[in-house]
Design a protein around this ligand. Structure first.
Ligand SMILES: C[S@@+](CC[C@H](N)C(=O)[O-])C[C@H]1O[C@@H](n2cnc3c(N)ncnc32)[C@H](O)[C@@H]1O
Length: 496
């Protein structure tokens, strides 16, 4: 019964979220968040499996239950219904729709009550399926894990900091070759058991999403790190050397931070000194950052600072910083795994008559919820708020006296957060005074074919075709899925 009680709390939480105008984050994220909030004792993964399956068929199951009469007869105890509506829902789900078609509990009054309605529940379910012309209710559901909502490739990089002092990367490579014996020439040819060696980022490989890497020793020991290819671009573009001092302005969970450390350190190093200052305003996410840094073996190279980068990182205090990774919160519109929640949000919009913006991507990543009260805004307003925040963060980085290179990136597909922010910075008087320019394509992964949108620059720098072409070429764009992973944007600012 404890498991059903825990799952009931989580379902209640989902209902409350659902009652708001918009749900943010993935269903899995919401379930895990509520498990934490209610300190549930059951395994969150099991709760997620039960709750998500029930949640997705909830409207249909509620119809079946209503028509069976099961909700009309609930006995009262001390003036209140003896059984919770959502617990009944979970139990009915297991009885009618789970693989075992059984309620997973011993003798209990609620189980006895439901079993009394077993035949009527079944016949109402059959009637509904006939009416909806489906053999199974699952045919009516958009699955958040359906193939078109997950990355086409699992990207993994070798972490040289965890390599052996004397043998370099070879032992790690040998292990990888053992697990993935066949090499393919393009990421789109990847099938389980094969590996693709990336053309753009050193020591980055693509494998099939079905090949579980998280249980492998290489992953557990930090020798291999899962990181989307495009997300590896910023550290590669910054390419800091052993004498550089870098700030990662918006660091958690820390993929780009530890990747940057791998360029600075080059390999395992016993006598590490602080060369990266990582800032993260969310204390919970800062804990994850700290953990990732530890696993990657660079705790002494990276110092974590919890707080708002634009407030606590002053140019006076960090005079010697030479480079920046600036990857601030964004709309997250290039990211996978939100389709199910997005579809709910879209339905909500449509049913409220507000379907003027069919432009998808409504989900705002968790990290932005507290800072930006964006949930009620329309897409345009939200993007403009995000762009102004992103501008402020990059501009602040530009004010550091010895900084020479700043890589700005987002996982957004919207021009407002990408080329738009670049344009605003280029037009800013202070930025011009400080001497910042967009680095040319030759310094920003020149062989990557997809570049920025020239038309965005042409809207502002009219009749300056060559300049606009150069600016667009200086930017990198990555399309979600089509380019093998998440949607992404990166640009590098530099000065002499
Ligand atoms: C897109 S995520 C960064 C991902 C990270 N670069 C990586 O590759 O793992 C943005 C992060 O910036 C943090 N953040 C947002 N505003 C911030 C600020 N003003 N100062 C520091 N961190 C901030 C958010 O909490 C969030 O964790």
């Amino acid at each position: 019964m404890d498991f059903y009680r825990d799952s009931t709390w989580v379902l209640e939480y989902l209902e409350k979220e659902n009652a708001k105008d918009k749900i943010s984050g993935s269903l899995q994220g919401l379930v895990l968040k509520s498990c934490k909030k209610y300190k549930v004792k059951s395994n969150p993964r099991h709760v997620y499996a039960a709750v998500s399956s029930c949640w997705k068929v909830k409207p249909y199951l509620e119809k079946v239950m209503k028509r069976s009469g099961i909700l009309d007869d609930i006995p009262n105890k001390k003036g209140k219904p003896q059984f919770e509506r959502l617990t009944l829902l979970l139990l009915c789900h297991d009885l009618l729709l789970s693989k075992s078609k059984r309620i997973q509990m011993g003798k209990h009054p609620i189980k006895t009550y439901i079993l009394k309605y077993k035949t009527r529940l079944h016949s109402e379910l059959v009637k509904l399926k006939l009416k909806l012309k489906v053999r199974d209710l699952s045919e009516l559901i958009e699955d958040e894990n359906s193939n078109d909502d997950i990355t086409p490739v699992r990207w993994i990089r070798i972490n040289p900091i965890r390599a052996q002092y004397d043998k370099g990367l070879e032992p790690i490579m040998n292990e990888l070759n053992k697990k993935f014996p066949t090499r393919v020439n393009h990421w789109s040819d990847i099938v389980p058991g094969t590996i693709y060696h990336d053309d753009y980022i050193p020591n980055l490989f693509g494998v099939h999403t079905k090949d579980k890497i998280t249980s492998h020793e290489l992953y557990k020991t930090g020798k291999v790190i899962i990181q989307d290819r495009a997300s590896c671009f910023p550290a590669h573009i910054l390419n800091p050397g052993k004498n550089d001092i870098v700030i990662d302005a918006c660091a958690a969970p820390g993929n780009k931070t530890t990747h940057t450390a791998s360029y600075i350190l080059g390999g395992p190093k016993k006598d590490q000194t602080t060369q990266i200052y990582a800032f993260e305003k969310d204390p919970e996410r800062a804990k994850i950052l700290q953990h990732m840094i530890k696993v990657a073996g660079c705790s002494n190279t990276i110092q974590v600072n919890v707080g708002d980068f634009t407030k606590i990182a002053t140019p006076e205090k960090f005079r010697n910083v030479t480079g920046f990774i600036v990857d601030p919160s964004c709309s997250g519109s290039g990211i996978f795994g939100r389709k199910y929640v997005d579809s709910i949000n879209k339905k909500k919009q449509e049913s409220s008559g507000d379907n003027g913006n069919q432009d998808d991507e409504d989900a705002v990543p968790d990290e932005q919820e507290e800072e930006f009260d964006l949930k009620r805004d329309d897409l345009k307003t939200r993007l403009s708020k995000l762009a102004s925040f992103q501008f402020q963060v990059v501009k602040h980085a530009m004010s550091f006296p010895k900084a020479k290179k700043i890589v700005y990136s987002t996982c957004s597909i919207h021009a407002e957060e990408n080329e738009g922010v670049v344009i605003d910075l280029l037009l800013d008087k202070k930025v011009q005074e400080w001497g910042w320019k967009v680095a040319p394509r030759s310094e920003v992964i020149p062989t990557w074919p997809r570049r920025g949108f020239q038309a965005e620059f042409s809207k502002v720098f009219r009749d300056e075709d060559e300049k606009c072409q150069e600016l667009a070429d200086g930017c990198i764009r990555v399309l979600p899925k089509e380019d093998g992973g998440i949607g992404f944007f990166a640009v590098c600012f530099e000065r002499n």
